[in-house]
Design a protein around this ligand. Structure first.
Ligand SMILES: [Zn+2]
Length: 385
């Protein structure tokens, strides 16, 4: 009996560790009094939901951004966000092929390739075959692609859009995949890890991409393909002087890709630290990260509004922290939140869409459906420059 009891407790402990669930007594409470408000941008909706052809798609992934995270950002910002000003919304189910609770690698792969895979896997199916990712598919039909993240380039979410590796922890192999990728532009939080790669990997990447360590627009404009890896790391929390890296780099990527004479572009933008802040159960940081992400979304929406043939999709790869909200005040920016997990949860994530054909994304869908819908729209689009 005693042996049985202890093996059960080991099993329960390991389940608890896997999913990071906390008992009721361990729930972590947090509170914010926001002081950095921004004004939400509301577009005209002139091109929203029309049947006009799509030229460009901007997919914005708030890593770990559940409905509570988004609501927390909205309530603490005088009850308004650019994201929540949009009219077309839906919900996304995030289960992976082998797990009820996904990780960023499996969900990133679902968004990047249109197929569900096992947790931890980057760009491969459940038996290890390479899946064709969006930049690879689109390259064949004349579109160019880019990625922007506040994480390192080998983070699971960005990696899913260019790499094919068995495990998200295979950083060296993931970096090596960049030179073989179909990306035209990438920007990630820092150059630190790039400099740690073997000379052969660095050279292979530099052969394909002009690597910038400062946002030098002149050099960027002259580059056929470019990678922006800032000298001073921007992978830190928004509370630690990351500045406007995410909104500014989103704008940079849009300008760069739009300037190329391609059929159109696909851009993936990741707000990576919403997830990391939620893993830390840091409510204040979660809210600040959502507000930063919202300003990156604004750059995308303003472009879509002007362009008229751009679809912007804002969603998440999974929820993190099983976050719940308590009392708040929209005038003062005060809000209370409680985390009951240090890991991911299976709660459906919100989806907001702006641009022509936006209605195509409403309702409840799987994460891999989003990829398939985007590809369908772009591959049937007759629109060209
Ligand atoms: Zn996570």
């Amino acid at each position: 009996m005693k042996t049985n009891y202890s093996s059960w407790s080991i099993l329960l402990l390991s389940v608890g560790l896997t999913f990071g669930q906390l008992s009721a007594q361990e729930a972590v409470k947090g509170e914010i009094r926001n002081t950095q408000f921004h004004t939400a941008y509301t577009p005209s909706f002139q091109n929203d939901g029309t049947d006009a052809p799509i030229k460009n798609v901007i997919l914005m992934i708030g890593d770990g951004m559940g409905l509570a995270h988004l609501s927390a950002g909205m309530y603490s910002n005088h009850g308004q966000l650019t994201i929540t000003s949009l009219k077309t919304c839906g919900l996304v189910r995030t289960q992976s092929a082998n797990n009820f609770i996904t990780d960023s690698a499996a969900s990133g792969t679902a968004y990047a390739t249109g197929q569900k895979t096992n947790n931890g896997t980057i760009g491969l199916d459940t038996i290890g075959n390479a899946l064709i990712n969006m930049p690879e598919k689109l390259d064949k039909i004349g579109y160019i692609s880019g990625i922007v993240t506040t994480d390192n380039l080998d983070g699971a979410t960005p990696a899913a859009f260019f790499a094919h590796q068995q495990n998200r922890n295979m950083g060296k192999e993931i970096w090596k995949d960049i030179s073989q990728s179909k990306l035209t532009f990438f920007a990630a939080g820092s150059k630190e890890l790039f400099k740690k790669q073997p000379q052969s990997t660095q050279k292979a990447i530099e052969k394909q991409f002009t690597i910038l360590n400062t946002p030098d627009i002149k050099i960027l404009k002259q580059s056929k393909k470019a990678g922006y890896l800032p000298e001073q790391s921007k992978t830190a929390s928004i509370n630690k002087n990351r500045g406007n890296f995410l909104p500014a780099t989103t704008q940079m990527a849009i300008d760069y890709l739009n300037d190329k004479q391609a059929k159109g572009f696909f851009l993936m933008v990741e707000g990576a630290r919403i997830d990391k802040s939620a893993h830390d159960n840091d409510f204040q940081a979660v809210v600040r990260e959502v507000l930063d992400f919202d300003q990156a979304v604004e750059a995308a929406i303003r472009f879509a509004e002007k362009d008229g043939h751009t679809l912007v999709i804002i969603t998440a790869d999974h929820e993190t922290g099983a976050l719940s909200l308590g009392n708040g005040n929209m005038d003062t920016g005060n809000l209370k939140g409680t985390f009951v997990s240090k890991g991911h949860s299976p709660i459906m994530v919100p989806l907001f869409v702006y641009g022509p054909q936006s209605h195509y994304f409403s309702g409840v869908q799987e994460n891999n459906d989003i990829h398939n819908k985007i590809y369908q729209l772009l591959s049937k689009s007759k629109n060209s420059n």
